[in-house]
Structures are given as structure tokens and as C-alpha cells.
Design a protein around this ligand. Structure first.
Ligand SMILES: [Zn+2]
Length: 219
């Protein structure tokens, strides 16, 4: 692997907790890097750098057994993402129209410090929804939306991380080894020694759909 530090750090989110997962770590022969929704696993012996073992998290998610053999071309992912605006203002209704700023309450609490250094709290009408608790439109960022692969939904953010990682290795496609039927991890493979799991999403609005055929079934 050319730049393993950059490769592994792609999967890490420094805002996540516990502290131990803010960088790649060692566990039982493998090095893992995760943002809690996507996780990559590489055998320690295939890496050059030293990775420290960590106690937390105590249990790591299972990498499911291979149950399918599907080729996911990177070009298909790229075309899909390209077709989604980076950020788009869309109309929202019902529960989705609840103001995120005030959580639908219409009021926000402001804390300010007076000249004596004393803190005061006061409630104001929410400046985002003008106190209504509801908004008519919201911004939708590409990374937050969902794309399904053969009916299984994933957050674009994780698919983008995986596509960029595959591209960095010079790959044209990713192997899909398992697509779950519930809210459990799907398994992908970049190279025979580089496995990725991504948590499938359920009960989400899917924005784009990718349909692929099993290897050997193209006729
Ligand atoms: Zn509001």
C-alpha cells in the first residue's frame, strides 16, 4: 500500500468517540479504522507502520461471511454521486419539516455572560423558523442522502469514503461479498486482504438506486 496512513485515516472521524477510534488501531492480527458506520480491516503484517492495541471498543462488529459475488464498478458510484447536487434546497413536510435548530419547539435558549462574568439564560423565538417550530425547506447535502445497492440503503458519505479509498489503490471496482436484509453490516472487498463493512440503513428515503447483477449471471 503506497500511503497507508492516508489510506486508513480516510475511514476515521476525529469527532467520534471513544478517543481510541480517532486513529487506526490494532486488534488480534488486524488493523482497523472506523467512523462507526464504516470500518476497514487490513492484516497487521501487510502494513509497515506500528499500530497500538486499544481496550475500547471492547467488541468489534462481525465481518459477515461471503454470501454473494457482485462487482461494483467505481465508475457507477462516481456517476451516481455526480448526479446528486452537492447541496440542494428541498421542500419538507410533516415530521421532516420540524426545525432542526429548535427541535420543533420554536424557542431557543441563549446563554450570555454579563460584564461581571455571570451567565444568564434567556429564551427567544428561534431565528431559523421565526418561532413556528417548522420550516418549509431544508438543505440536503449529498453526503447525508442515501443510495441503495440492490435494494440495500447506505449513506452516501460511507460509499464516497469507500470509492475514494478504492480509487487511491488504483482499482476499477469493488467486490460486494454480503448485502444484509436488516440494519446490519454489508461486506465489501477492495483487495483480497482489505475488507470493509458498512452499516446498512433501514427506514430511510433512498435518493438514488444502483442495480447490479451477480457475477456469472450476466446474460
Ligand atoms: Zn426553529
Amino acid at each position: 500500500m503506497k500511503d497507508e496512513e492516508k489510506f486508513l485515516n480516510r475511514f476515521v472521524n476525529t469527532f467520534e468517540w471513544p478517543e481510541s477510534i480517532k486513529k487506526p488501531f490494532y486488534r488480534e492480527g488486524f488493523v482497523y479504522a472506523t467512523n462507526r458506520t464504516i470500518m476497514v480491516r487490513v492484516p497487521y503484517n501487510d502494513l509497515k507502520r506500528v499500530y497500538e492495541p486499544v481496550d475500547s471498543p471492547k467488541n468489534l462488529p462481525q465481518f459477515p461471511e461471503s454470501t454473494c459475488d457482485i462487482e461494483l464498478p467505481i465508475s457507477v458510484l462516481v456517476e451516481t454521486f455526480k448526479s446528486i447536487p452537492q447541496c440542494e434546497e428541498r421542500r419538507v413536510e410533516g415530521k421532516a419539516a420540524e426545525c432542526d435548530e429548535c427541535e420543533g419547539n420554536g424557542e431557543v435558549e441563549w446563554t450570555y455572560e454579563d460584564s461581571d462574568g455571570e451567565e444568564h439564560q434567556k429564551y427567544f423565538d428561534c431565528p431559523i423558523c421565526n418561532g413556528y417550530g417548522k420550516v418549509k425547506t431544508k438543505n440536503f447535502y449529498r453526503e447525508w442522502l442515501y443510495t441503495s445497492i440492490n435494494g440495500v440503503a447506505f449513506r452516501n458519505n460511507e460509499l464516497i469514503i469507500m470509492a475514494e479509498a478504492a480509487h487511491a489503490l488504483g482499482l476499477d471496482s469493488i467486490k460486494i461479498l454480503h448485502l444484509p436484509k436488516s440494519c446490519t453490516p454489508a461486506r465489501f472487498q477492495l483487495e483480497p486482504n482489505i475488507d470493509i463493512i458498512i452499516m446498512a440503513a433501514v427506514d430511510v428515503k433512498v435518493d438514488r438506486k444502483i442495480s447490479l447483477v451477480e457475477n456469472g449471471n450476466n446474460s
